[in-house]
Design a binder for this molecule. Sequence first.
Ligand code: HEM
Length: 462
Amino acid sequence: MNDEAETVPPFIPPGVIPPEEPLPFFHALWKLMDNPIETWPRAVYEEPYFLRGDDRQMFLYAADPSMLRDILLDKAEAFPKDWMFDRVTKPALGEGLLTAQGDHWRWQRRAAAPGFRPDTVAAMTPLMVSAAEAALQRWRDRGDGVRLDIATEMTGITFQVILDTMLSGGDGIDVPVAARMITDYLETLGKITPADLLQWPTWTRVALAPRGYRAMVSLKAMVDRMVAARRKSPSRDDLVEMLMQAKDPETGRQMDDVLLRDNLLTFIGAGHETTALALTWSLYLLGAHPPTAARVREEIARVAGDATITDAHVERLIFTRQVVQEAMRLYPSLPLMSRMCAEDVEAGGLKVTKGTFVFIPIYAIHRHRLLWDQPDVFDPDRFSPERSAGRHRFSYLPFGAGPRVCIGQAFAQTETVAILATLMRGAVLEPDPGHRVRPLMRVSMRPQGGMPMTLRLLTSPA
Ligand code: HEM
């Protein structure tokens, strides 16, 4: 599982500095509001697992791949999603695919699966490339040397991609307005608040976050209008149609308008911010490490020449894909998954008691001293086929694993490479030397204050 020694000067991009010991209670509470990932003690990055708590509540941070395999795959039934996750996500996403459990989850997963098959995704590549080309054209119109917030730019592109690919353009959904509402929601109601930690009644979450609540109501209304319009319009070949037609094979049940809306909001929410962040961190790393950027441009020129990027090119952009994989290792869009232990059970040789909160600290697993050589170094070559051979599947979890693995994985992998390749051949993006890059954990891992970068336009494909 260890990688070979480095041969190039190591580039260590900014990361979280963990506390040596668990923080005292009030310090931890304050940190949980500021940047929860900074509460994870060093042991989470160095030990196979880290267990703490008392008779009332135990917390397990699992990093050992065989333990993770038990939790996420082999004994997944004993580790359902937890009440805190429900509390934070269900008000917006109801009983959709991300939040449902058991049979209700299973039939929805089967219903949505055809929309995410590799051949379906490959056919969507032109729409992904078009969204990136449109952004590049906007950048050209603004001119060389402008400062862009790449995080916002990437959100705009990936939101457009979700609407174009999954919702046939998303009639009636105003991208900037909806993107702002999603941000309002994620910054308030979409994150864990003191009301959750202290287990206050759920209505207090809403009372404490009126801006987030208004955003959620408006978003639901926007999608409801779209669903109503689609019910009346002729059928189209997209995910909305697939979900409208899907039938539970056992009960014959179909999705009513509420469940349809919950799922569409799930795909819009889960499908664009995560991908935008993978692109943002990739572009930051490439901007900060010109030798790697030069290799990426050389590969794009060799594979695609001057041609528009296609799914066949994406298949062959091996090094570009490795850069995205490495960006998602260093800055996983979702840095944490959580589960609740539902019965006394053994995981990776450890006895886990019923009621234990189980954290899967993806960010720390990806930088774990026992799993990765020089874990903090940016080194896309660690994902070369030779160096990946023998690596434990459960040491790299940007998309999760097991039955609840991300349904959009293939979609996101194609999208990130297609968009990155399109942007890289048209522009050089230089990080702002005066901006401190700090990974901030909300639900996702965002750069604090966005990602300001200076645009240098390339006149012809490099
Ligand atoms: C780089 C991009 C992405 C990342 C890093 C990512 C990450 C993840 C992770 C870690 C999970 C598992 C959560 C858990 O088990 O607790 C997940 C689930 C999910 N993702 Fe993604 N995702 C990405 C893109 C997408 C896209 C493009 C879509 C849809 C268009 C999507 C839709 C979903 C859904 C619906 C689930 C729930 C699946 C289930 O429970 O059956 N994701 N994602």
